[in-house]
Design a protein around this ligand. Structure first.
Ligand code: NAP
Ligand code: GFB
Length: 320
């Protein structure tokens, strides 16, 4: 079996690589981890040429133009354009090469901004418009769900959409202005501790009131492999599978990270002039749990500690 992992150099792809390293369960399976250096997935001809002769049997499609709230607010055009091209090119190539099985990534931020109920479940993705801050990314990902559903129906494929909440972990993107909340706070607090004098204050963005669920990327990587190798949709339709963990406010998150990084909590303030984004996007893990009830999640404290330690140890090579 030969599996293509697009987005192989990113946060989730790197965690999948870690799981596979020295893991005899997968020793008879070939994995190809591709990044934009191997093929620009927005370019249809590049993609069709890349697939030629590779004999991929399955795909874990992670590649995407990804960013935090503020990156999305500034770049809705490229978020839509790049992601819609990437997904269309990948699906065309997969179908052309008769790749029967695939895992495709959506995100909990594509759900309705004002849903009929919380927690949201996988049947609600298209219920009403997503949050305006990330319309570009959200609609591109919603089309991925539509495309997968119709490839399954028309060509008998097993393309499964997985829907993680906010992900974080080692190998994340810590770049100011692009990063999601956890890596950006870690990077900002790292600099704050290094560069400021005693009476300076640290400003987290927004009011701190929004609720978020966070999933350690190492857990998500395990979930993807579980679904790819152990999920039997023969018993159920190929509904998207939501992968989530506990929920907390941004304020609670900021204090957790500050505690781990030994930043004085009294110095922490919130800049309410900066957007909060979506106030709540709570989703339910029920469907995933019905398949894998024994799955145990990494606690947020342990996941944050691993990420902070990794950032300190890999500061030179981290994406920042
Ligand atoms: P990431 O760390 O930003 O990595 C993105 C990956 O996509 C990189 O390997 C990148 O390659 C590749 N890529 C981007 N544009 C490309 C292009 N034009 N051609 C080829 N490859 C390209 O992303 P991630 O956090 O691992 O996300 C993985 C998946 O999870 C994505 O589909 C994302 O939408 C989804 N997701 C992420 C989060 C989150 O909080 N991170 C939450 C929900 C869903 P280079 O390294 O060469 O640029
Ligand atoms: O992860 P994040 O940037 O994106 O989180 P979303 C933004 C939330 O964290 C907002 C607060 O409520 C911000 O006010 N926050 C506080 C900060 N301090 C900071 C900081 O230093 N940096 C950042 N970035 N936020 C994204 C979607 O929404 O969710 C994407 O826009 C993506 O499309 C991602 O899917 C998973 O969770 O708001």
């Amino acid at each position: 079996m030969h599996i293509l992992v697009t987005g192989g150099s990113g946060l989730v792809g790197s965690h999948i690589k870690d799981i596979l390293t020295n893991n005899e369960k997968f020793e008879n399976i070939k994995f190809t981890f591709a990044s934009s250096k191997d093929c620009d997935l927005t370019n249809r001809n590049d993609v069709l040429n890349y697939f030629k002769g590779k004999n991929f049997n399955a795909i874990i499609h992670l590649a995407a133009r990804v960013g935090g709230l503020y990156d999305n607010m500034r770049n809705n055009v490229s978020m839509f354009s790049e992601n819609i091209k990437i997904n269309e090119n990948i699906l065309e190539a997969c179908n052309l090469h008769n790749i029967f099985t695939g895992i495709f990534c959506l995100s909990s931020c594509i759900f309705p901004a004002n849903p009929s109920k919380f927690p949201m479940d996988e049947t609600m993705i298209h219920e009403s418009p997503p949050h305006p801050s990330n319309e570009g990314y959200a609609y591109a990902k919603r089309m991925l769900e539509v495309q997968c559903r119709h490839y399954n129906k028309t060509f008998g494929r097993k393309y499964i959409c997985v829907v993680p909440v906010n992900l974080y972990g080692e190998y994340d993107n810590f770049t100011f202005g692009q990063a999601h909340v956890i890596p950006e706070l870690i990077h900002r607090m790292y600099n704050f501790k290094k560069e400021t004098c005693d009476n300076e204050l640290f400003y987290a963005y927004g009011t701190g009131s929004p609720l978020r669920q966070f999933l350690y990327a190492g857990d998500f990587a395990k979930m993807i492999l579980n679904i790819l190798f152990n999920y039997n949709p023969g018993h159920m339709n190929l509904r998207p599978v939501i992968c989530c963990n506990d929920e907390l406010t941004i304020r609670e998150l900021v204090y957790k990270i500050a505690y781990i990084m030994e930043v004085d909590l009294k110095k922490i303030h919130f800049d309410s002039n900066k957007s909060d984004g979506c106030m709540q996007k709570t989703v339910s893990n029920e469907y995933y749990n019905s398949f894998f009830p024994e799955f145990s999640f990494t606690t947020l404290h342990d996941g944050l500690k691993k990420t902070v330690d990794w950032f300190h140890e890999n500061y030179k090579c981290a994406r920042k």
